[in-house]
Design a protein around this ligand. Sequence first.
Ligand SMILES: *[C@@H]1O[C@H](CO)[C@@H](O)[C@H](O)[C@H]1NC(C)=O
Ligand SMILES: *[C@@H]1O[C@H](CO)[C@@H](O)[C@H](O)[C@H]1NC(C)=O
Ligand SMILES: *[C@@H]1O[C@H](CO)[C@@H](O)[C@H](O)[C@H]1NC(C)=O
Ligand SMILES: *[C@@H]1O[C@H](CO)[C@@H](O)[C@H](O)[C@H]1NC(C)=O
Ligand SMILES: *[C@@H]1O[C@H](CO)[C@@H](O)[C@H](O)[C@H]1NC(C)=O
Ligand SMILES: *[C@@H]1O[C@H](CO)[C@@H](O)[C@H](O)[C@H]1NC(C)=O
Ligand SMILES: *[C@@H]1O[C@H](CO)[C@@H](O)[C@H](O)[C@H]1NC(C)=O
Ligand SMILES: *[C@@H]1O[C@H](CO)[C@@H](O)[C@H](O)[C@H]1NC(C)=O
Ligand SMILES: CC(=O)N[C@H]1CO[C@H](CO)[C@@H](O)[C@@H]1O
Length: 408
Amino acid sequence: MCRTKLISPLNSVFTLLITISLCTGVFAVDRTSEAGEAEITDPTEECEPYSYQPVVEAKSQFPTIWQPATIVEGDTEALELWNGISPSIPTNISVKGSITGDFSNTTSSYPHTDPDCWWSYFQCVTPKLAGLPMDIASVPEPMTMGYGFDDGPNCSHNAFYDYLEEQNQKATMFFIGSNVLDWPLEAQRALTDGHEICAHTWSHHYMTGFVSQDAFAELYYCVKAIKLVTGVTPTCWRPPFGDVDDRIRAIAHALNLQTIIWKYDSFDWEVSAGNTTPEQVDTNYDNFIELAQNGSLATGGSILLTHELNNYTMSEAVKYYPKLKEAFQHIVPVGVALNKTQPYVESNYSLPSFEQYISGRTQLSGSKDNSSSSGNSTNHDNGVSFFSPMSSLVLSVLSTLGIVIMLV
Ligand SMILES: *[C@@H]1O[C@H](CO)[C@@H](O)[C@H](O)[C@H]1NC(C)=O
Ligand SMILES: *[C@@H]1O[C@H](CO)[C@@H](O)[C@H](O)[C@H]1NC(C)=O
Ligand SMILES: *[C@@H]1O[C@H](CO)[C@@H](O)[C@H](O)[C@H]1NC(C)=O
Ligand SMILES: *[C@@H]1O[C@H](CO)[C@@H](O)[C@H](O)[C@H]1NC(C)=O
Ligand SMILES: *[C@@H]1O[C@H](CO)[C@@H](O)[C@H](O)[C@H]1NC(C)=O
Ligand SMILES: *[C@@H]1O[C@H](CO)[C@@H](O)[C@H](O)[C@H]1NC(C)=O
Ligand SMILES: *[C@@H]1O[C@H](CO)[C@@H](O)[C@H](O)[C@H]1NC(C)=O
Ligand SMILES: *[C@@H]1O[C@H](CO)[C@@H](O)[C@H](O)[C@H]1NC(C)=O
Ligand SMILES: CC(=O)N[C@H]1CO[C@H](CO)[C@@H](O)[C@@H]1O
């Protein structure tokens, strides 16, 4: 779809020429900026790989994309950080199973008393090791849904993010480091749109299967990828498959990452793997909605596990949003439900408090301002930054001819 608008003075022949050239791909879509990338509406086009210079330049400082992380050779910064925190990481909690989730040998010998507060075993969220905060599995505000999506950024997410934008709805996005480096402009869109970004590890494996130094690397490089691409350093993470114990919690805690889990699972992610059916996922969503309707959430809200994984999971989220909106009093990012107004290490970004959010101030400062009365955003998604070098050139040529182009 071409969303180019031409503003006079110009004659109709010229209008036609410019319109044709801009709309027929003579000037290709802008794949160098967040705003340009966000304009693409064809999912196949969105998922065509592109190259982003800051990532190209930094790639050697990261583990191989989608491979289990270890500290990169020669990365003294990471090594020093690890050496600093490793004395505080328990050594009496053993590695469990494998990073691909084969726990067959571990579960048979693991004590029923669950000494390590291993979520995968009994959904434990209250650490047994002293000094660790509780996991966030539900939200304190009644009739409230802590809204979040795992596994992004997905290359084809524009339709989904457009929908959230239309609804003025923000969410917590749990990003995989490997996806962030593959799709940096998509990661930037989350920040621009005012979503909250949390880490979801480097390569999306079972964390309790890693030795401690590698578990550190899984978190460290995910955070580093998000910082490189978006400029912010997250302070929250979600373990893939929920697989966390007190050893992994201690590593996350030392990295200033709050552990966020969930109470209910939509199992939307299992459809593409063929392990469940769309009908079952509908039932899971319906049951979650029923909790809101039958009084189960009257004294405290909840979190449903859902994904920005593929077209199906995002379409399901869109399909269910109106029903969730009707059943719940409030749908807010997890950090908002916790009044966590400073979501990142960088103090120049803030989340609204719960009270602010529900009274209509939904945007994050430092991101796109979409609610007129709240003022003072430092919007970086307008004006000339929209233009790629090519279209800037076109613009300057046209402006010398006394013609103004406005892209909306
Ligand atoms: C591991 O050791 C710590 C002390 O360093 C102790 O508090 C904790 O209970 C031990 N955990 C297990 C599972 O034995
Ligand atoms: C489980 O234990 C058996 C027997 O000790 C061994 O052959 C197998 O490799 C182990 N499997 C895993 C996943 O560790
Ligand atoms: C509310 O609905 C949920 C989901 O169907 C169900 O599991 C739960 O038992 C219900 N609780 C009450 C109090 O009816
Ligand atoms: C993103 O979503 C598209 C569309 O469903 C899918 O083809 C692709 O595999 C997804 N990407 C990843 C990395 O899962
Ligand atoms: C799913 O894919 C269809 C067909 O490509 C597309 O029109 C639609 O916008 C996508 N939906 C989402 C939520 O990504
Ligand atoms: C968030 O702040 C509101 C007041 O603005 C308060 O009622 C609520 O308890 C706070 N929630 C948390 C989790 O701190
Ligand atoms: C926040 O500060 C960082 C530097 O710490 C800067 O790169 C970024 O542009 C600032 N963002 C906003 C929205 O002011
Ligand atoms: C916006 O900033 C101005 C000063 O820069 C300040 O006076 C005003 O209170 C701010 N408004 C909001 C809604 O933060
Ligand atoms: C509350 C609000 O102003 N929401 C608007 C956010 O922006 C989209 C379009 O970009 C509008 O459709 C919403 O109404």
